[in-house]
Design a protein around this ligand. Structure first.
Ligand code: GLY
Ligand code: MN
Ligand code: MN
Length: 432
């Protein structure tokens, strides 16, 4: 599956944006959990997009101009460390396998960077992402400036490298879409397993365990984000992650969970009855969110703009809130005054890719940006009804979200995620 040419090409695209400049992109640090144990390692998404190189302690330098160059700094080969921590490429093998023009030990970074930066017009890096890294880059800049009487000029412009990379990451290529379909398929299987495992008396964490088992069994590296397994009133807490309550007959269960495969995220939410059958009130609320999602997905196509799915979902949901007697008044006025946000308080989606909330601006020159083929996003309307005197009691503590991942195509969009979704599909699957 790994193809170094994909990443070589991306580095060339970055180089072409730099003119006579240099870009420096570091991967993520290892993060301690306590004492000498660490959180599971996850590389930096910008670095990985440029390199495909997954080891910690690595930096890529991309040089623009007439002779573009890409240089990797990485950990040395070290047989004694490899006995403890496993394989590492070392600069020579990494250069060859990953298609760099040169590769050096990460221990040479401070010694080599000032020379690489000298006489370049501009320097691009992730400005302000990490204060320690800022200080280190400024140290290299000052080392170049110290050579000014030797006729060496330090970069006069500093840019945020993420600006150019965000725009490139926003449009997914065929390789990325293949990985995203795989992440979606694994997550799809996990949701199906979770639905089948759900019944009154089990616990939210047992269902979370089903999801995690399906992710890893399906070949995913990790969950793409912390799984939300929220039953009953917990589903009205948008980022509920305690996942520690028993599942009660008559409640709904909201699961927002998905896998990361090949470093690409899926992001799926399904909401279904713990006992396998929707009550009349649950069905009414559910089918409203389903209708809002269908309308929003329909608005995902070239020629549409980023906010069109959200505006579409809000209109359908607000009309439904009136029909369900959650709100009263004219739909236009209820949207205008944001009255609907009492029951729908988040946006209808976000870019999706290497990061679950992926890179890319949502507006260009003050306008919602047009949707283009290759963009990947979520469509995730919801309805969250907390108990209150002015709310019909049958709807209390119903929290519903339906979230799918879509890729914009030439003619519309491809829906990447397909766990059971209609009332009939869910009931058939749970009772099958
Ligand atoms: N799972 C995070 C989100 O839906 O945005
Ligand atoms: Mn999402
Ligand atoms: Mn989600």
């Amino acid at each position: 599956m790994f193809d170094a040419a994909i990443h070589t090409d991306r580095r060339a695209r970055l180089a072409a944006t730099l003119g006579d400049g240099i870009a420096i992109v570091a991967t993520a640090p290892e993060v301690p959990r306590n004492r000498d144990t660490h959180y599971p390692y996850r590389h930096d998404s910008y670095f990985y997009w440029l390199t495909g190189f997954a080891e910690p302690e690595a930096v890529v330098v991309v040089i623009g101009g007439e002779q573009p160059e890409a240089i990797l700094f990485c950990r040395d080969k070290d047989e004694s460390r490899e006995i403890w921590d496993g394989f590492r490429y070392g600069p020579a093998a990494a250069r060859e396998q990953f298609g760099f023009d040169a590769a050096y030990s990460i221990t040479e970074l401070d010694a080599r960077l000032p020379d690489l930066m000298g006489n370049r017009a501009r320097l691009a890096y992730a400005v302000g992402q990490d204060p320690a890294w800022d200080a280190r880059v400024i140290g290299w800049l000052n080392a170049v400036r110290a050579k000014t009487r030797q006729g060496i000029i330090a970069p006069g412009e500093i840019l945020d490298v993420r600006h150019a990379l965000d725009e490139m990451r926003l449009i997914k290529d065929a390789h990325e879409l293949t990985l995203m379909r795989r992440a979606a398929a694994i997550s799809d299987g996990a949701h199906r397993a979770a639905m089948r495992a759900t019944r009154p008396g089990r616990h939210e964490y047992e269902i979370e365990a089903e999801l995690l088992c399906a992710f890893r069994s399906g070949g995913a590296e990790a969950p793409a984000y912390t799984s939300i397994v929220a039953s009953g009133a917990n589903a009205c807490v948008l980022h509920y992650v305690f996942n520690n309550q028993p599942l009660r007959d008559g409640d709904l269960l909201l699961i927002d969970a998905a896998a990361e495969f090949g470093s690409y995220a899926a992001d799926i939410t399904r909401t279904f009855p713990v006992n396998g059958r929707f009550s009349a009130a649950q069905k009414d609320a559910y089918e409203l969110v389903l209708a809002a999602q269908a309308a929003a997905i329909d608005a995902v196509r070239p020629g549409s703009h980023w906010n069109a799915p959200h505006e579409t979902a809000v209109r359908v949901l607000t009309q439904g809130m009136v029909d369900l007697k959650l709100l009263s008044g004219e739909v236009d006025g209820l949207i205008e005054s944001n009255a609907y946000t009492r029951f729908y308080m988040h946006r209808t989606g976000h870019w999706l890719g290497l990061d679950v909330h992926d890179a890319g601006e949502y507006k260009l020159a003050g306008e919602w940006r047009p949707l283009q083929p290759g963009m990947t996003l979520t469509v995730e309307p919801g309805l969250y009804i907390r108990p209150a005197d002015d709310v019909p009691e049958a709807l209390w503590n119903i929290g519903i979200r339906i979230e799918d991942d879509v890729a914009v195509t030439e003619s519309g969009c491809e829906v990447l995620t397909t766990p059971p979704k209609t009332v009939a599909e869910i009931e058939a699957w749970m009772n099958g």
